[in-house]
Write a protein that binds this ligand. Sequence first.
Ligand SMILES: Cc1cc2nc3c(=O)[nH]c(=O)nc-3n(C[C@H](O)[C@H](O)[C@H](O)COP(=O)(O)OP(=O)(O)OC[C@H]3O[C@@H](n4cnc5c(N)ncnc54)[C@H](O)[C@@H]3O)c2cc1C
Length: 388
Amino acid sequence: MIQKFDALILGGGAAGLMCAIEAGKRGHRVAVLEHSDKLGKKILISGGGRCNFTNIHCRPENFLSANPHFAKSALARYTPADFIALVEKHLIRYHEKTLGQLFCDGSAREIVAMLEEECRAANVTIILNSRIQEASRGDEFRVRSENAEFSAPAVVVATGGLSIPKIGATSFGYDLARQFGLKIREPRPGLVPLVLAQPDRSRYSELAGVSAEVIASCDGQQFREKMLITHRGLSGPAILQISSYWEKSLPLKVDLAPGRAVTDALLDPKVPRNLTALRTELRKVLPIRFADRWLEHHKPAAWTNAALADFEQQVHDWIIHPSGTEGFEKAEVTTGGIDTDELSAKTMECRKVPGLYFIGEVVDVTGHLGGFNFQWAWASGAAAGRAL
Ligand SMILES: Cc1cc2nc3c(=O)[nH]c(=O)nc-3n(C[C@H](O)[C@H](O)[C@H](O)COP(=O)(O)OP(=O)(O)OC[C@H]3O[C@@H](n4cnc5c(N)ncnc54)[C@H](O)[C@@H]3O)c2cc1C
């Protein structure tokens, strides 16, 4: 028997649930089809279990997309303040950790429970363990899962990106877009640790766990935050942020001493010009083990002013050619996705396929680290939910 609804929402993550709530509140008969046994699995593991659910400084510049204007409309119509109002209505306690990032005081489970409660209030039907096998369009859309068949005049694809396949990420959204002849910008891992190529890898991987504040830059973008050395390469917020902009052909530049002049002290005639003095200065800027290892590999060629200037420049311009990323297994998001040219910025509906909508991470809009990806999920979900 075919189950009929006004709208079928494929994927019960952040964007799908927000869309269902907004559509349900407007009296539509909505079903969320989720292939996992639980809703919002990514919300549950987000923000170290505390869910960085939004960022109060959210601006369009915090997003990557081939069309930087696309996200503006949805972001303006569902703002961080709207989501905060929802969180406060449900008496969920939260705090600002840093840089406008809002986290639950308790657990990310509270955010999923809040969305479930809102779905119940809006009479949304939730169908778990429902792996979608096929979607097609005749007079209406038909969606077939392993054990049921559904039809509706509207389908919203909210199946997310490719990151973290072990908790249920699939390529379904991209496959469906291809089936309908829609353009896709190559999906790639974003907010992901980078793998160092040799010789940097053997030089620095022993220092795994050491971190320093740096400026990481690539392709005209830069982030001043912490960098962490890992067993295979580099991570930490500065590297995760810049990884979303990095492509294999591009070099990455790391300033290991932002705003500091390491060799200044040695220009004083009273200070001896030798390795001990330089090590003392470098250790003021970098953790001891990192400073010492750096000096082993970047000893000044001489103690002249020119050689010291050269050393200074290398500290500020560490040029890295990573061999790759840690891939979708470790990526927090997927960059690229459904080309925004295919969608209405106001409603997220496909221009070529009326009734078909794409929202959340599957779309070519990717946020910086810090609560922006959830804000995009809420905003794009609300835009589609209100338009259904
Ligand atoms: C470890 C980690 C931590 C993160 N922390 C944060 C954070 O603190 N703040 C932040 O802003 N962002 C964070 N993110 C990113 C954020 O989780 C995502 O950008 C956001 O969840 C995207 O929402 P979505 O609804 O588009 O996709 P998802 O939340 O991934 O939801 C997609 C849903 O579709 C389901 N699905 C997939 N394929 C099918 C199919 N074929 N049939 C049926 N269902 C299907 C999935 O099971 C899933 O439930 C984090 C990501 C990770 C991996």
